[in-house]
Design a binder for this molecule. Structure first.
Ligand code: ADP
Length: 477
């Protein structure tokens, strides 16, 4: 085990505690070696964290927005000051290229700054009443104690969006990070005290599904913010202790449409970035590509050439593509490619796991994937893209909308008619046209259909941690 990993402990009410013996191995996906071992916090450890957050909420909700903003700005600065080590820990446990980890950590700091600024811009309303001498005021108040459960693909950002918005809103929070990537979270939570954030405002519990279930089912939380797989999101929804607000950011299986009018080179560059960045392990990764038959050959040839040139190496060497994070991803990539080939698809580059220690899958393009093949209907969450030619606009909209995924879709088209017709018809929460970046910090980011509900980012992201109060005041007799 590496001597440079932080001690894996829970942070509860500002104290570091060991809730149980460490039993869960955390691996470096580039080597398969154990880098640390964490406890699976039992239910009583989660109780303690929720109780600490409840106690802290009594005063944190009353701290002025300006003071909360100041502390979040300080936290942003501390994250920037610790960027090297936070980023290294992401790469060691998750595998992504170190340059991408540095980008993630920088964006985490930006999220704290963004929500610090939004904290002081939560405005209410005054509403006219039919009766004279009566006024109605709408106030936005913090929802209370938040439970947050996060996945492994963006270990810091997906915690940060929740912590930043919750704290800006005046909520307190208990975070359970993914058991695959705990150490960057431990290091991040060590920055809370120097930032001046009071004990108990943000608490950390380590573990896997025991801790996750105990938190999701806890009667003491007022909101649950979950990012993870569609299946786990559905399981959690069924097991909630009470009817409470939730935000669920679930799986994607995102389509890219390349029309006859597209700039094909731009579409290839977009597909390369959004299909293979983070080894395709992004909820908004391009997984299935629908290309008009008139540009299909050109697109596939150019994409194949570009993908075959991607460098694949351990993340600390900063390649284009690192290892995939765990064995499940290798297996799912293999299954989806094999099924696509059985269904008539053709691998044009990659197509198999790489034979080295750790968990690796070659960046892969499969052409002529039938629209009902598993590769074109189920999220792969790995470095695999399937291409399907199409003929008509109606057909491609039906392909894109034909799964339960509704998180993000991509469209490359220069014909304005196509941009608006297809852009409006897509049943997705985020549609990026002629660019591969569907999410920005100040726009609402959320899914539809099986991809979940609720928003992160933007004002809507903050609103999810606030509840409206209608204060109706009669002031004259
Ligand atoms: P991913 O594989 O994308 O991380 P998962 O849905 O498996 O997606 O995990 C997301 C988070 O949910 C992780 O922190 C995991 O430990 C947690 N988790 C897994 N199963 C459960 C469960 N039944 N209840 C609550 N949390 C869970």
């Amino acid at each position: 085990m590496s001597a440079t990993m932080p001690v894996p402990r829970n942070l509860i009410a500002g104290e570091w505690v060991e809730p149980a013996p460490p039993t869960i191995d955390v691996l470096d996906p580039a080597t398969g070696e154990v880098v640390t071992r964490i406890p699976d916090t039992p239910a009583d450890g989660v109780d303690a964290a929720v109780a600490a957050a409840r106690r802290a909420f009594v005063y944190w909700g009353e701290v002025s927005e300006f003071e909360r903003a100041k502390l979040l700005h300080r936290l942003a600065d501390l994250v920037r000051g610790d960027l090297d080590e936070l980023s290294r820990l992401i790469t060691v446990e998750m595998g992504k290229p170190i340059g991408e980890s540095r980008g993630e950590t920088a964006k985490l700091a930006d999220a704290f700054d963004y929500y610090a600024e939004e904290a002081v811009r939560v405005y209410g309303e005054t509403i006219p009443n039919e009766a004279a001498g009566v006024t109605s005021i709408i106030r936005y108040e913090p929802v209370g104690v938040v439970g947050a459960i996060t996945p492994w693909n963006y270990p810091l950002e997906l915690i940060g969006w929740k912590v930043a918005a919750a704290l800006a809103a005046g909520c307190t929070i208990v975070v359970k990070p993914s058991e695959y990537v705990p150490s960057s979270a431990v290091r991040l939570f060590a920055l809370l005290e120097p930032a001046g954030i009071p004990p108990g405002v943000a608490n950390l519990v380590l573990g896997a599904d025991v801790a996750g279930r105990a938190l999701a089912e806890h009667p003491g939380i007022d909101k649950l913010a979950f990012t993870g797989s569609t299946d786990t999101g559905a399981a959690i929804t069924r097991s909630l202790a009470k009817a409470l607000p939730t935000s669920m950011e679930l799986g994607g299986s995102c389509p890219l449409i390349v029309t006859a009018s597209a700039d094909v080179d731009a579409a290839v560059a977009g597909c390369l970035r959004r299909g293979f960045r983070n080894a395709g392990q992004i909820c908004i990764a391009i997984n299935r590509v629908y290309v008009h038959s008139s540009v299909h050959r050109e697109f596939v040839d150019k994409l194949t050439e570009a993908v075959s040139k991607l460098s694949v190496a351990p993340g600390l060497d900063d390649p284009d593509v690192g290892p995939v994070t765990n064995r499940d991803i290798v297996e799912r990539c293999s299954e989806h490619v094999a099924a696509a080939v059985r269904d008539g698809g053709m691998v044009t580059t990659g197509g198999a796991p790489l034979d080295r220690p750790g968990t690796w899958f070659a960046p892969t393009v499969v052409d002529h994937v039938p629209a009902d093949s598993v590769l074109a209907t189920v999220e792969t969450f790995g470095p695999v893209v399937g291409v399907t030619p199409y003929e008509t606009t109606e057909e491609v909209v039906a392909f894109a909308n034909g799964t339960d995924a509704g998180l993000a879709a991509y469209l490359y088209a220069l014909d304005l008619n196509e941009v608006f017709t297809i852009g409006h018809a897509l049943e997705f929460g985020n549609v990026a046209v002629n660019n591969p970046d569907a999410g920005i910090m100040n726009a609402p980011y959320g899914g539809r259909k099986g991809s979940g509900h609720g928003y992160e980012h933007g004002r809507e992201g903050l609103r999810g941690y606030l509840v409206a109060k209608h204060l109706r005041i009669k002031y004259s007799r």
